[in-house]
Write a protein of this length. Sequence first.
Length: 338
Amino acid sequence: MLTVVVGGFFGDEGKGKVVSYLSMADEVAVGVRCGSVNAGHTVVHDGRVWKLRVVPSAFVRKEAKLLIPPGALIRIDVLLKEMKETGVAGRLFLDPQTGVIEEKHVEAERASEHLKGKIGSTLQGVGAATSDRVLRKLRLARDFEELNDMLADVPNEVHNALRAGKNVIIEGTQGTFLSLYHGTYPYVTSRDTTASAFASEVGVGPRDVDEVVVVFKAYVTRVGGGPLPGELPEDEAVRRGWVERATVTGRVRRVAPFNVELARRAVMINSATQVAVTKADALFPEASMVREWGKLPREVREWVEGLENVLRVPVTLIGTGPEVGAIIDRRKELGFLK
Ligand code: GTP
Ligand code: IMP
Ligand code: MG
């Protein structure tokens, strides 16, 4: 079974948490992390907090092979640091065609008033490297001696696992409305961030994908410039307990209440088969750490059912705390698991 996990708003919906949970629950054989180092995924497990910019969140499943696809971009220093922190040497592989961000790309972005001022870029060199790739002058993983032992044919690895009946998870980054094509251009990132784009980054076609899980947070956050409908003043965000800091840049995330119109559109563009809602505990403190649907207060269940009615997609996963295990998994009762 191939599952693609993507963000439904402006990123930071909690894909790291959802992917790490699914990788263990579904005993995945392969976890693929798309995107690049501008995206930070948080995994809270075994009393530790990881902020991952390259290593797949599926690393928590010790038996999983971890892959970086040809469409992704890495920075070698970030990769090696995270590999050390997570202890995944020997089971993490890059495609020979994975792109490599170099110092000059970071410098180019730092020097750009447009990216720094107007767009509010994370300035990690991702856009500059992507631009070099489009111009066909970016160096790829196969061009770096120190990566030699870590190279593997990622499309082949994924298709072989699927043919053998194993579970594979593709971890998208950022969110639908940060997409270069479908987002609030020019206030977007430098790639398409929808489900089809991540499938393409990896080298699987639309017919290979079994499940598309679109992740929403119980409220909307956005970092950097661009429109955020219903944005709340910072003191109101503090009052509601919705203040977050960006994983990569440390900036305070802007916040707004859950946006049904955006959610509908994200469901449409990604062809969602399932929806995950994280941080239900931030909206409803009584939901904190609950692990069973039946143990949620009625008010919370009604909120989720109301969402299912407007989105017309089942809400199969509900986050009730930062820990990987703090989640309600309704897939069995909703007929998604055999
Ligand atoms: P991007 O690819 O950068 O968009 O990141 P992401 O979607 O992986 O999200 P990120 O980890 O940056 O931010 C989500 C934040 O919410 C993290 O601090 C998580 O620990 C936290 N989080 C995720 N799910 C839950 C939940 O159900 N409850 C609570 N309280 N926190 C959660
Ligand atoms: P860039 O992709 O770093 O150039 O940033 C472009 C825009 O996307 C800025 O508004 C960033 O804040 C936003 N952005 C990029 N990556 C992430 C992410 O992982 N989470 C949230 N916002 C992001
Ligand atoms: Mg993030």
